[in-house]
Ligand binder design. Structure first.
Ligand SMILES: [Zn+2]
Length: 453
């Protein structure tokens, strides 16, 4: 169901177009992307129908096609965020705590407020506005334990016609009473039933996907984790999103709580939760055996550098995880509210620094690949989003660094070198560098004005 104020018609978006076809670290250099200095993307009914040189395409278009002229600006597929909490927008930048204390001191009290659907609706609106301001067009999103928080979220997402993955947090132990799926022997069942109702209503409705969302091993019983597996089986194409090996204290607590498991990953593995639709936040403190299992099952790790630095979780070893003996699929994520910015540009800048501290390099081309096609692949959505190839859904971001003085000055010194230029944008840019965001071909945000649904 699409309910936009301005239904998408035919539109051409002109600018300096950059769209990846592969990972620049795997397919060398220019073989991994297409770049058109004066290019155009043609959109019809929300889908991209043509991509190429403006000089070749524009003369062939009927005269009534609307042309959005972003000449000089970079036009890319919309950014994708593989792990974020909409319920934590208001506790972003909360001082002085590591993971477990951070959950208890800031996260749980804030999430309890989502029992009020009006409060949740306000937070959802803020969240979507913020994503669009930052050029993020798809995200994998944790709601709260309240069924209504998910209803509210998907309703707001559907109004904006955005491609979103989200689910109800499931917890049946080790959290405040108000945030637990109903206690006792039916605890697991109650979380299951609410998730099932939500998945039945929202999974694959319009552009929405359901994600079975146990918060993490510490807050679920084995019975609840098994219920998650039953949900995955019941809804083909549904995601599993949770946290894994984020912080050393958490890893130790999980080992104590699940004495029969060989390691943290094995807790999820024993419940049957590993697989190509499973997105595990963080995965910092993993041994080789765990990486091997994640590799074998094609599971995904969401690398959230800003969050890892802010919470003091540790440095994610990107090379070992992505390019090592057991290569694991990895996406890039903000993890707001532990992450300190909604901007995927800022997130990529932190990824670069986390890797620098370990003697590794993240090229700008690979970073922009990760934010777009790489993350689409991590979510198994590369046939729909993450590129500007004809046939893709027209989620598009337009970048312009001229509004940020230090970036404007740096760009002038780049002398047209694309890799240098986008490195400067990811290092110095943020929401101020986002000139426009399109959702399924409709303008959803401009730096000057906003037309959200
Ligand atoms: Zn998280």
């Amino acid at each position: 169901m699409v309910s936009q104020e301005h239904p998408p018609s035919r539109r051409a978006i002109r600018g300096r177009i950059l769209s990846f076809t592969d990972d620049p670290a795997v397919v060398d250099g220019e073989g991994s992307y297409g770049y058109w200095e004066d290019g155009v993307v043609v959109v019809e009914g929300g889908t991209i129908t043509a991509l190429g040189d403006a000089n070749a395409i524009l003369p062939q278009l009927p005269s009534d096609v609307e042309i959005d002229d972003h000449s000089g600006r970079l036009v890319l597929p919309g950014f994708i965020d593989t792990h974020i909490h909409y319920s934590q927008s208001r506790i972003i930048a909360s001082y002085g705590a590591q993971l477990i204390q951070w959950l208890e001191k800031y996260t749980f009290p804030e999430e309890a407020r989502f029992a009020d659907p009006e409060y949740a609706a306000k937070c959802a609106d803020f969240f979507f506005d913020e994503l669009l301001r930052n050029g993020t067009t798809t995200a994998a999103v944790f709601c709260t334990v309240h069924e209504s928080s998910v209803e509210t979220f998907f309703a707001a997402s559907e109004r904006r016609n955005m491609c979103m993955i989200a689910g109800k947090v499931m917890m049946d132990r080790n959290a405040p009473e108000a945030l637990l799926d109903p206690p006792g022997s039916n605890g697991a069942a109650a979380g299951f039933e609410a998730s099932e109702r939500l998945a039945r209503k929202w999974h694959r409705r319009g552009r929405q996907y359901y994600a079975v969302t146990p918060r993490f091993a510490l807050t679920s019983t084995e019975a609840q984790l098994e219920a998650c597996k039953a949900l995955m089986d019941a809804f083909p194409g549904a995601y599993l999103q949770t946290h894994l090996a984020e912080h050393r204290d958490e890893v130790e607590a999980v080992i104590r709580q699940f004495p029969r498991a060989r390691n943290y990953t094995d807790v999820y593995d024993r419940a049957g939760l590993l697989g190509p639709r499973a997105i595990f936040g963080h995965g910092i403190h993993l041994d080789d055996d765990e990486l091997r299992r994640l590799h074998q099952t094609r599971s995904v790790i969401a690398f959230a550098p800003s969050s890892n630095l802010f919470i003091g979780s540790g440095l994610f070893d990107f090379e070992r995880t992505v390019d090592g003996a057991h290569p694991v699929r990895v996406g890039l994520a903000s993890d707001v509210g532990a992450g300190t910015s909604f901007s995927m540009l800022r997130t990529a800048a932190d990824a670069y620094k986390v890797m620098q501290l370990q003697g590794q390099n993240l090229t700008a081309l690979r970073a922009f690949y990760l934010m777009t096609l790489g993350n689409a692949r991590a979510l198994g959505l590369e046939n729909r989003i993450g590129t500007l190839e004809p046939g893709s859904e027209a989620d598009i971001v337009v970048l312009d660094g001229s509004g940020i003085p230090a970036l404007k000055q740096r760009l002038a010194a780049c002398d047209g070198d694309l890799a240098e230029e986008i490195f400067a944008i990811m290092t110095l840019g943020d929401d101020r560098a986002v000139a426009a965001t399109y959702i399924a071909g409709s303008l959803a945000h401009t730096a000057q004005r906003k037309t959200s649904g």
